[in-house]
Write a protein that binds this ligand. Structure first.
Ligand code: ZN
Ligand code: ZN
Length: 155
């Protein structure tokens, strides 16, 4: 990644910068993501939380109910409440940054489509990108350098 990925909320108070490219990018078609975004799917860039630098503004974490019952905190701009990233399963060290909040969201494309069992029927998946009915095995799909980074988080 040659230039830095930056993004922010709708009101402009919250700005963030990613210290590197993400480990992996999910396009999630699950019902939780559909409900939480009001959309067909969500795009999440998975990155170490210590590589997500808050440049300005304040965040507010809000716990949301999930189908699985596992914790999910959505981090929002404290002013305009736009969601910028999430922590799933109570894992603080791993952030799921919402790709749509990047200044140039076109710079990241999904590495995998997940929970396609609830994909809206009119969404056509691109050929050549792995897709799974539910979740997947990151050990089989992630590039080695991303797996190394993942290992540094989870030990
Ligand atoms: Zn805002
Ligand atoms: Zn989802």
């Amino acid at each position: 990644m040659t230039s830095i990925l930056e993004g922010g909320c709708a009101c402009g108070k919250l700005r963030y910068r990613l210290a590197s490219g993400p480990m992996f990018v999910h396009c999630c078609h699950c019902r939780d993501c559909q409900r939480q975004t009001g959309n067909a799917f969500v795009l999440n860039a998975l990155i170490e939380t210590d590589r997500v630098e808050l440049v300005s503004g304040e965040t507010q974490a809000i716990e949301v109910p999930t189908d699985s019952g596992r914790p999910h905190a959505i981090w929002r701009c404290a002013a305009c409440k736009v969601a910028v990233w999430s922590h799933y399963g109570g894992i603080q060290k791993l952030s799921f940054v919402r790709v749509g909040t990047l200044d140039e969201p076109s710079r990241l494309t999904p590495d995998v489509h997940i929970y396609t069992r609830s994909k809206l029927p009119w969404v056509a998946l691109p050929p050549g990108v792995p897709a799974f009915e539910a979740y997947y095995d990151s050990k089989k799909l992630w590039p080695p350098e991303s797996l190394e980074r993942r290992k540094a988080i989870f030990g």
